[in-house]
Design a protein around this ligand. Structure first.
Ligand code: UTP
Length: 299
């Protein structure tokens, strides 16, 4: 079977409760880090990784996501008429064109969990393994996380590959954590995954974050997956069930990950990117908030 990853799934149908009231009318995935919405970073990462088909699993109340990712001919025409061709070009380059790009939207009408959201994409994916990108996990670095994961997947031998990072012991309870970990080339082979363990029960400190490359057998597993934590269909449960038969690996990406589903993570990401923006960096320095990029990363 091919190990070529052609499809990326973006689950964007969640309620975003941790960011209320900001997410009452604005989808969490459109919250900006500086001037760029989270979903744009995710789309750019997938494009940079050579993904052919993008499948968004959205909700009818979140139509603004579709409006953001697709080109807006009226807006770009008006910008050009006002002499802002450079802004119009930038918007056009960042957006999908309905004629040239392979983009699908499916609806998850009830937020039954991440696993259920991925299952909703089943009829729209191309043959072969699929990538899943959670836009609220922003991963910044010189090499895109998905691109480096795809390289590792295509040469590796596991069916499911999940992005992992080492976290301090007192944080393992916030993550899915790999068990039975053994290094094997560029990946960490694992025998399973434990969701949000207590520090004393954690089988490792290799925490799973929001990038996955999954064997297509994941869809059959999700069809029969019972609700788990929070009474939701959990993607991690279905991945863990396939660990024995398909092989499970962790990939230690080279970038820095920001949990933009939380206020602290969003602030951290904003500080990090503000250092690259001359006006914003000036503000940070004038307030004595950060004096260098390294300080921003450690904030
Ligand atoms: P999260 O659990 O971080 O998002 O899911 P959430 O549920 O929207 O946020 P909180 O916890 O209530 O604040 C990660 C990603 O999975 C999507 C979300 O939209 C987010 O992009 N998701 C989650 C779905 O598409 N459907 C779901 O049922 C759950």
């Amino acid at each position: 079977m091919t190990r070529h990853v052609r499809t990326a799934i973006f689950p964007v149908a969640g309620l975003g409760t941790r960011f209320l009231p900001a997410t009452k009318a604005t989808p969490k995935e459109l919250l900006p880090v500086l001037d760029t919405p989270l979903i744009q970073y995710a789309v750019d990462e997938a494009r940079n990784a050579g993904i052919e088909r993008m499948v968004f699993v959205s909700h009818p109340s979140k139509g603004a996501i579709e409006r953001h990712v697709m080109e807006d001919a009226r807006l770009t025409r008006e910008l050009r008429e006002r002499g802002k061709a450079d802004v119009a070009d930038a918007l056009t380059n960042a957006a999908f064109c309905p004629r040239d790009d392979d983009v699908r939207f499916v609806m998850q009408t009830e937020p039954k969990g991440l696993g259920h959201a991925v299952l909703c994409a089943r009829d729209e994916v191309l043959p072969g393994p699929v990538a899943v990108i959670l836009p609220d996990d922003l991963i910044l670095g010189p090499v895109g996380c998905l691109a480096e994961m795809i390289d590792a997947y295509e040469t590796g031998k596991v069916g499911h590959l999940v992005a992992t990072m080492e976290v301090p012991e007192d944080r393992v309870h916030r993550y899915g954590v790999l068990s039975g970990v053994e290094p094997d080339g560029v990946i960490l082979k694992a025998t399973g995954m434990v969701e949000k363990p207590k520090p004393e029960d954690a089988p490792s400190r290799h925490a799973v974050v929001g990038r996955y490359i999954l064997d297509p057998a994941i869809f059959d597993a999700l069809e029969t997956q019972e609700p788990g934590a929070g009474d939701e269909i959990q993607l991690t449960d279905a991945i863990a069930r396939g660990a024995d038969s398909l092989g499970l690996g962790g990939f230690q990406f080279s970038g820095v990950r920001f949990d933009c589903g939380s206020k602290a993570g969003m602030l951290h990401a904003t500080l990090e990117l503000a250092m690259d923006d001359p006006d914003c960096a000036e503000v940070l320095k004038s307030r004595g908030l950060v004096s260098s990029r390294t300080d921003a990363v450690a904030a």
